[in-house]
Design a protein around this ligand. Structure first.
Ligand code: ADP
Length: 517
């Protein structure tokens, strides 16, 4: 039964035998036994070392069947020759007279088995077993070779990889790092392996913090992706990105981690720069939007201002023309309306032209040496009548040590009048406006002080921008250009203009013209 199954399995299986045998008839017996078992046998018969050597060199055999004692050869010699040839072919001794002891020795030396000639029925099962063993040995060798090749490939890749590759145990102690690690960390592999822990890369100060953080990140044996480690390596701030995967043994026990460290310092810097540029662009865009809004408001204000002045001018002149029977008082009021309207229109037009000119830097100062106290006195007396309408008073505080100054008289007068007119516009009737003028070591300082509406802090920084009007100045004439023009003029003198104010508490506008020699 057993025999039949066996013979079915090997039916038609060819067997190439190297027969080391001096007796052809004994060899025949062996082959017949094998053919009975279903093998198709082919063979080469040799009985000496030279022939066996040449047969091994020239042919491929499945099995070597060797007699033990031959006149010119022996099974020991045949086995040694086979081993020396490095061919993994099963070697089976078939002998009529081998003692147990010798047979055991031969098997120790590498023979697979021995079969007594009087018990030849063992031959086929022994050969079948040995063929199977030889095949599994071959397969194992092939997989070992594949594994070796793949390990070799892997280790070559790891060795030349562009990023740091490492392996740590469960304590995070480095068990392996590739050569690139030195470029990333500044430590040689031999300084790290078995000596440093992963969190040591964080440096002394933050080591403990990162130890806790890394252990926490690794908990539950999960893979880690893109963990960022800020560290100082070789005295330089670096950002490392760690990715890792747990190493588990056959029992699913955690053995450590394997992963990569990528130096992303430059990438982080670039990201920060991009962020910064993005923020700047946002601020810029917002500023442009605000400017566009301010300009739109300005156009409305300008149109409104021009229309108001023009309406009063046109209506007054129409009445003057069409109504001859007007009283003297009425006539003089209408004439005054026409003059006032024309004056305001001219003033706004001048402001617009001035701004355009100053913005382009398209003007020259006409500097002249001026007696400051005389100049200020003249400006004040020219302006005072404007204050009468609102019953306001201008108090001048001119320090006694005022000297000569070099400035463009008409432009500085324009600045002072702007400030006085604002102080008047943005204050109630019957109030006092003070102008203080003194000589500081840095230059000529002029301050215009009022007790008017004051200006909120958030508006103050924009006041000197063209078109900007703080708060809601309903009913207060103006187009938001006076301070912008004043700033240009003061700066053209190399000076500065600034404000001190609190909402509801009045304002002080100051400007300084440095000494020009
Ligand atoms: P405007 O023609 O609107 O007066 P300015 O450029 O002279 O233009 O002033 C800009 C804005 O500054 C004014 O709209 C006003 O809101 C504010 N301002 C200027 N001077 C004063 C002041 N003395 N008191 C309160 N607000 C002022």
């Amino acid at each position: 039964m057993k025999f039949r199954r066996f013979s079915e399995e090997i039916m038609n299986k060819s067997l190439k035998i190297l027969a080391v045998e001096d007796s052809g008839s004994d060899a025949e017996l062996n082959f017949r036994e094998l053919e009975k078992a279903g093998y198709t046998v082919s063979f080469t018969l040799v009985d000496n070392l030279t022939d066996m050597q040449s047969a091994l060199n020239n042919e491929i055999f499945d099995v070597v069947l060797s007699d033990h004692n031959m006149p010119q050869f022996s099974s020991e010699g045949a086995l040694t020759l086979l081993k020396d040839s490095n061919k993994d072919i099963p070697f089976v001794i078939v002998s009529g007279a081998i003692g147990e002891e010798v047979a055991v020795q031969m098997m120790k030396a590498g023979a697979q088995d021995y079969v007594m000639k009087r018990n030849l029925s063992r031959l086929a099962p022994v050969i079948e077993r040995e063929l199977k063993d030889a095949e599994s040995r071959r397969q194992r060798r092939r997989s070992e070779e594949k594994l070796r090749q793949s390990e070799e490939r892997f280790s070559q890749v790891v060795e030349i990889a562009g990023e740091m590759i490492w392996e740590v145990n469960t304590e995070m102690l480095f068990l392996y790092v590739n050569p690139v690690s030195e470029l990333v960390t500044g430590f040689k592999p031999e300084e790290m392996i078995g000596k440093m822990y992963l969190f040591d890369l964080a440096g002394q100060e933050t080591r403990e913090e990162y130890k806790a953080a890394i252990i926490d990140s690794f908990k539950n044996q999960k893979a880690l992706k893109g963990y960022t480690l800020n560290c100082i390596l070789e005295g330089r701030e670096r950002v490392l990105e760690i990715s890792a995967t747990p190493i588990l043994d056959d029992n699913n026990e955690l053995r450590g981690y394997r992963g990569t460290c990528t130096d992303i310092t430059e990438r982080k810097k670039m990201e920060a720069q991009i962020d910064e540029l993005y923020k700047q662009e946002k601020v810029h865009r917002q500023k442009l939007q605000e400017e566009a809004e301010v300009k739109n408001i300005f156009i409305d204000v300008l149109a409104h201002e021009l229309r108001n002045s023009l309406t009063s001018l046109v209506v007054s002149s129409d009445i003057l023309q069409e109504t001859p029977e007007l009283s003297d008082e009425m006539r003089s009021k209408l004439v005054s309306n026409v003059c006032e309207g024309a004056k305001i229109l001219t003033q706004h037009l001048d402001e617009l032209l001035d701004l355009a000119r100053y913005s382009k830097g398209n003007f020259e100062l006409k500097l002249q040496t001026v007696d400051v106290s005389e100049f200020i006195g003249q400006v004040a007396s020219r302006y005072r009548p404007n204050l009468l309408k609102r019953n306001q008073t201008l108090v001048l505080e001119i320090s006694a040590d005022l000297k000569l100054a070099k400035l463009d008289k008409s432009r500085i007068e324009q600045v002072i009048i702007n400030l006085l007119s604002n102080a008047s516009k943005y204050s109630s009737e019957n109030t006092v406006i003070t102008m203080k003028v003194k000589m500081e070591s840095a230059g000529l300082l002029v301050e215009v002080i009022d007790n008017g509406v004051g200006i909120a802090l958030e508006d103050q920084k924009n006041l000197f921008q063209p078109y900007y009007r703080a708060g809601k100045q309903k009913g207060i004439p103006g187009i938001g250009l006076g301070l912008a023009v004043s700033k240009k003029i003061v700066e053209a003198h190399g000076g500065q203009i600034w404000i001190n104010s609190q909402l509801g508490q009045g304002s002080t506008f100051s400007f300084l013209i440095p000494n020009i020699n």
